[in-house]
Design a protein around this ligand. Structure first.
Ligand code: 13P
Ligand code: SF4
Length: 302
């Protein structure tokens, strides 16, 4: 009997397709992907692929960004309902009001955002490049959308700018508390604490390392330590364990799961390729305008 994995491999060949997956999707989906990474890596990889079809195993803003960067390619989402709630947590009216109030403001938009929000922004960032990009901007005033936690973390590292925050958040990372970290650390006192910057500042203050999903994986892989407390979505454990079979990883609570990332299943990857469903469409005006901050991110982060 042909396995789902074999079916997907055959469909990839037939359809000239490539699968990109974020570290938060299920292990078996990561296992069939041609490229697995954090949001920055996946946005970079999406540019310049030779295949004509990209299957994006992730949430909507990721597939949308891939389409905006590659208008001539077919981008398929295995589950078009997999959407990041934070991507919607900012308002165009508020952006316009901030622009009226601060004439030199740069609207810095976390890539976890809708194309509409990107259209009204100056530059996109991910957790892997936000610090570098914000520092490189000539603007004194920074309006950081939609994630308040990432914005506040960057502000602690960039002292010569004035930050205006928005109240968006990732419900998965916001649910992790300082007590969760302290309790886990008590049980594993020698473990290094690795935290994603979508967590709140009081949680981040307990970290040995703060970074994107790739940053967390690289830190654990390159570290001499053997034990790590992981404060981000549990999907990263697949790559962490694959790269570090002899190291030990501890989670901080049992709700470190993004329900939207988990909507992407192996069956849905097969079905979207087989039936060519979940096609991402972005209208021309929206594409042209949201391409500007995405391209600026790729230039400034490089
Ligand atoms: P990174 O992989 O860029 O760290 O992003 C985390 C995230 O929440 C993606 O939805
Ligand atoms: Fe959005 Fe958080 Fe899920 Fe990432 S983990 S897709 S930020 S809800």
């Amino acid at each position: 009997m042909v396995s789902l994995k074999e079916e997907i491999e055959e469909l990839k060949r037939q359809k000239n397709a490539v699968v990109l997956a974020h570290y938060y999707v299920d292990d078996d989906v990561q296992a069939v992907a041609d490229y697995v990474g954090d949001s920055y890596y996946l946005a970079k990889v999406a540019v310049g692929l030779k295949e004509s079809t990209i299957v994006f195993a992730g949430v909507k803003f990721m597939g949308e960004s891939a389409k905006i960067l590659n208008p001539d390619k077919t981008v398929l989402m295995p589950d078009p309902d997999a959407d990041c709630p934070m991507a919607h947590m900012a308002e165009i009216e508020k952006i316009e009001a901030v622009r009226r109030e601060y004439d030199d403001v740069a609207v810095v938009c976390y890539i976890n955002s809708t194309a509409e929000l990107k259209m009204h922004s100056d530059v996109c960032v991910t957790s892997a490049n936000a610090m570098k990009i914000v520092k490189a901007l000539p603007n004194k005033n920074i309006y950081f959308i939609p994630d308040e936690n990432l914005g506040r973390y960057i502000a602690t590292k960039v002292n010569d700018k004035n930050f205006i925050f928005n109240d968006g958040f990732c419900h998965v990372h916001k649910a992790i508390t300082a007590d969760d970290i302290k309790r886990t650390k008590k049980h594993h006192p020698n473990a290094k604490v690795l935290i994603h910057p979508e967590c709140t500042l009081d949680v981040l203050s307990l970290a040995d390392y703060i970074g994107s999903t790739s940053g967390i994986i690289d830190y654990a892989t390159n570290s001499d330590s053997e034990e790590f407390i992981i404060s981000t979505e549990l999907g990263v454990l697949y790559e962490l364990k694959k790269k570090n079979p002899n190291k030990r990883f501890f989670i901080v609570q049992d709700r470190q799961i993004c329900p939207n990332m988990k909507k992407v299943t192996l069956e849905k990857v097969r079905d979207c390729l087989l039936h060519e469903t979940g096609i991402v469409n972005v209208g021309e005006e929206k594409r042209n305008r949201s391409l500007v901050p995405l391209k600026k991110m790729l230039e400034l982060a490089n």
